[in-house]
Design a protein around this ligand. Sequence first.
Ligand SMILES: [Zn+2]
Ligand SMILES: [Zn+2]
Length: 225
Amino acid sequence: MTTEPLRDDDPMRLSGATWCDEHDRWECARPSKRSGVRCHGNAIRGMATCRMHAGRSSAMAKAIGEANLAAWSSSARSADVPSLDPGTVVLDQLRVAVMRADLYGEMLRWQLEVEEESGLVGATYAVGRDGGGRVETGERARGLAVLEAAERDRVVRFAKTAHDMGIAERHVELEQERASLVTSAFRAALAVLELLPADRDLAVRTFLGKLGAGDVVVAGEVTSA
Ligand SMILES: [Zn+2]
Ligand SMILES: [Zn+2]
């Protein structure tokens, strides 16, 4: 498999890890204590170091790396933001995960409503008005359920990581509550518009895309954020 470390959009470029030509992968940037030469351990995704040199538990380091990658893939990123404060990044991505989970859950409810109202369960349903993709309704609902569950998992993972980093429990809860307030307000605004399902989905996908956590995937469609 060919990796292209010099591609501008490889987020690992921002991690501080070192590209190793010898082993063809991103590696730990720290020197090995014994030999003094650079440690050739595999870098944790999103981090500058290997597991041994992370200075934290593996689970915590992986979660921070995951949050870093999500932050770097954000459309709102500036040109060089290699050293983000880990606590800030984790809380930022916790809020994003809450909002994404809330909205995927909302889209799932809408989808189930549409299927129920139209008796379309299991039938093919045109998603887009303008020749957009057609997907099996059951498949679309399943896809949304999977996405919501994945984001709920991230919420749990990031909340635990924030807690393990010493961030106060109440503070972590408040961040989640704030994120839910934003999605509630957005959903209320959408509700008064009484949009067509396709337009409503577009509004939500645009909102999700602007949260800056990478591509928004809905049941096989990929919308670049
Ligand atoms: Zn190496
Ligand atoms: Zn190392």
